[in-house]
Design a binder for this molecule. Structure first.
Ligand SMILES: *Cc1c(COP(=O)(O)O)cnc(C)c1O
Length: 481
């Protein structure tokens, strides 16, 4: 900590220290711009090269990532992604091509997209895929625009309402509102499933669709999904899947078989690109036959001349300038082809096994609101600790002291003091055991020494941050004080 502080640039800056040597001027000197364009008081730090390297290395070490440790951030699927997928995405034939280059020079890339479209359609049990959306939320938007266009094409523009379960990810109601739909919330029942009676009461001839996350955001498989589908379709509505969390379903269950009409996936969760890294994402949308004409452009087709981009007949249009985030597609393709059907199944089996292992080991210490087999993640409640005056936030902050990234907290909102843990399939039994031990220890601390938790974290470079200001007014430029 103190050693870190010594390394802060302003502290080590001294006039006259130089970190680099510029080469001799070997071109004619140019005139400087007019005086009013010149900044005369530019307070740049003056440090040596070694000090500069140590400064940047020390701040880089303050980052926490999946390469540094366990990252059970529920709903984000922070699994370890094989490094060689990055190598493949960086092959010159993939990373130096341009979206508007002649199609006969990019047949390999188009073939990759075509085969990825087919693989995702197979995995979800749908007819066709568009890889155009660049995030899960944009894939949701695509689904909603598609069903809007579908209803309009059938003269049913009066279907202006979208039904959304109360446990849904915030992007579900948000994207529906962006399309001009009215959002109707459907409560969950005591088991954490959709309440069928409320659904039957709320749905009517103005309902365009129900958006359902599978597994639900409680990490549960809703066993009555076939009934949900029947109720929605009986009333002329469609069933939209939010498939952002596909990690437990690979090779096990298909959205098409469950009665969904379309579904968006997050390649940057399940398919070898990390979520939440601030990097590019990809949220393909897969659709049943009735909806494929509406898919966003472009889609890749194959004809006599080879592979090429096309716009479906009644497409909702483009969602970005080019074809989506191609590098993410390459990694997803590499992941699917290298694991194969059997490997993908194993991913889901181990993801579910790991989540259930944590559930069983922690349910004695933390309240488990839905005590049934979970899927890729398990949702606890910090209710028991709250009675002692310790909040879920305190527990999350204390985990930092034990060297773990905290789980997702206060989501889903239907669970009081929610703690949502998603271990993923890539963690070993040893890692899970040390995380479990830390959680058990924290539960004991909450009983015996609540103040220790109120003031946590204690051994991180910074303590509790003002997260609201950090998000709303981020300071992204360094300034010498
Ligand atoms: C992550 C997630 C999303 C949003 O995905 P982004 O790529 O972050 O836009 C939507 N729904 C669910 C259930 C998710 O877990």
């Amino acid at each position: 900590m103190n050693k870190d502080k010594q390394l802060l640039l302003p502290g080590i800056s001294k006039p006259g220290k130089v970190g680099c040597r510029l080469p001799e001027l070997d071109v004619p000197a140019a005139e400087l711009p007019a005086g009013n364009l010149l900044r005369r008081k530019l307070s740049l730090p003056e440090v040596s090269e070694a000090e500069l390297v140590r400064y940047f290395t020390s701040i880089s070490r303050r980052n926490y990532g999946i390469d540094t440790g366990f990252y059970p951030l529920g709903s984000c699927t922070m699994k370890y992604n094989p490094k060689w997928h990055e190598d493949i995405a960086r092959l010159p034939g993939f990373c130096y091509i341009h979206p508007y280059q002649p199609v006969d020079t990019v047949q390999g890339a188009l073939r990759l997209m075509f085969e990825l479209q087919e693989a995702l359609a197979e995995i979800t049990g749908m007819e066709a895929t568009s890889l155009a959306p660049m995030a899960g939320a944009q894939g949701e938007l695509a689904s909603l625009l598609m069903i809007q266009a579908y209803h309009q094409s059938r003269g049913e523009s009066h279907r202006r309402k979208i039904l959304v379960p109360d446990s849904a990810h915030g992007t579900n109601p948000a994207t529906a509102a962006m399309c001009g739909f009215e959002v109707n919330t459907i409560p969950s029942n005591g088991d954490g499933n959709l309440d069928l009676t409320s659904l039957a009461n709320l749905i009517n001839e103005e309902s365009a669709a129900l958006t359902l996350t599978m597994p639900t955001t409680l990490g549960l498989f809703d066993p009555r999904v076939a009934e949900v589908s029947a109720i929605v379709h009986d009333r002329g509505g469609l069933l939209i899947g939010d498939g952002a969390n596909l990690n437990s379903l690979l090779g096990k269950v298909k959205f098409g078989d469950l009665g969904f009409d379309c579904v968006q996936l997050n390649l940057h969760k399940t398919f070898s690109t990390p979520h939440g890294g601030g990097g590019p994402g990809s949220g393909p949308v897969c659709a049943r036959a009735e909806l494929t004409d509406f898919l966003p452009a472009p889609v890749v087709i194959r004809d006599k001349k080879g592979y090429q981009s096309a716009t479906p007949d009644k497409s909702i249009g483009r969602l970005g300038a080019a074809c989506g985030n191609f590098g993410v597609m390459v990694k997803a393709y590499a992941y699917i082809r290298s694991l194969g059907a059997e490997g993908l199944k194993e991913v889901s089996e181990n993801a579910v096994l790991n989540a259930n292992y944590i559930k069983e080991k922690l349910k004695a210490c933390y309240h488990l609101p839905y005590d049934r087999t979970c899927m890729h993640e398990v949702v606890f409640s910090g209710k028991k600790q709250k009675i002692k005056g310790v909040t879920t936030l305190d527990i999350a902050k204390r985990l930092l002291d034990y060297g773990f990234h905290p789980p997702t907290i206060y989501f889903p909102q239907v669970v009081e003091e929610a703690i949502m843990i998603e271990p993923t399939e890539t963690e070993s039994r040893e890692t899970l055991d040390s995380f479990i031990a830390a959680m058990v220890e924290i539960a004991r601390e909450a009983e015996e020494n609540p103040d220790l938790l109120h003031t946590a974290p204690h051994n991180t470079p910074v303590r509790r941050l003002d997260e609201v200001s950090a998000a709303r007014k981020p300071v992204l430029r360094w300034e010498m004080k």
